[in-house]
Write a protein of this length. Structure first.
Length: 181
């Protein structure tokens, strides 16, 4: 059903939620999001002299940042699932920005970034993400940045990432998970 619908749409239409709902029984949607990738030659580091620290996984400061951001933003950031060390900026005892990545198949490093709500707009995301990207590149991985909000896309571009695709995830209404709802 999905394959048939997708064949009748342009690439742009496939990520338009309203268009999908018109041809498929869409129950739930995640996205659309832009997908950005970065090679070593395009990397524009932004962490020199910023005080980015590599904290141990499970550090309480990172947990406090996730709680401060709220469940939705913490989930969107993906920081709870990173396999790399967390790269953090602290103000006193408070972690105000953090980034890391999760190693995916085919040597992809899926980036995760979060900045405390009261500290946004200060280029902190660039600093911590830059440290995580450098770590991934040094490990021979291909950094990937998935971004829905424009500010996140702006950070990716500032670091040299190139937008190479889009992603939209849907759960159809006749999915066995929604039976009985």
């Amino acid at each position: 059903m999905v394959d048939d619908a997708a064949r009748r749409m342009t690439r742009e239409e496939v990520v338009e939620i309203a268009r999908l709902r018109a041809v498929l029984p869409v129950f739930d949607v995640l996205g659309p999001a832009s997908l950005f990738y970065l090679g070593r030659d395009g990397f524009l580091p932004a962490y020199e002299g910023t005080g980015v620290e590599q904290l141990p996984i499970g550090d309480g400061g990172l947990a406090a940042l996730l709680a401060l951001a709220g469940e939705e933003e913490a989930g969107e950031s993906g920081l709870e699932d990173i396999s790399s060390p967390p790269f953090c900026l602290c103000r006193g005892d408070e972690v105000v920005a953090a980034a890391g990545y999760r190693s995916w198949p085919r040597s992809v490093a899926h980036l995760s970034v979060l900045v405390a709500p009261h500290c946004r707009g200060r280029r902190l995301a660039r600093a911590v993400a830059s440290a995580a990207v450098a770590h991934a590149l040094d490990a021979g991985l291909l950094p990937q940045w998935r971004a829905r909000p424009y500010p996140s896309q702006r950070v990716a571009v500032a670091l040299g990432f190139q937008e190479l695709g889009a992603q939209l995830s849907v759960r159809l209404g006749d999915d066995p998970l929604d039976q009985g709802r």
